[in-house]
Design a protein around this ligand. Structure first.
Ligand SMILES: [Zn+2]
Length: 69
C-alpha cells in the first residue's frame, strides 16, 4: 500500500475544501501534529498527522528544494 508522502512547504489539496472556497493548503509545520495554512485566507489549522494523512487528497505542488544553508 502506498503511503502518502508530504513535506514541509508542500501545497496540498484536502478532501474537503476550506469554507472560504479555497482548497490549497501549505504545510507549515510537521511533527506529531501537522499545521497547514489555507492559501486563500491564510487561516491555519493544526491536525494530528494521522488524521491529516487521511484527509489529504494529494500534493498539488511539492516544496521547492531550499538552497539556503
Ligand atoms: Zn480559507
Amino acid at each position: 500500500m502506498n503511503t502518502k508522502s508530504f513535506e514541509l512547504g508542500d501545497i496540498v489539496e484536502m478532501k474537503k475544501q476550506h469554507p472560504c472556497g479555497t482548497n490549497e493548503w501549505k504545510v507549515i509545520r510537521m511533527g506529531a501534529d501537522v499545521r497547514i495554512k489555507c492559501e486563500g485566507c491564510q487561516h491555519s489549522v493544526m491536525i494530528p498527522r494521522r488524521e491529516f494523512a487521511k484527509k489529504m487528497k494529494k500534493v498539488i505542488k511539492a516544496a521547492e528544494p531550499s538552497t539556503e544553508e
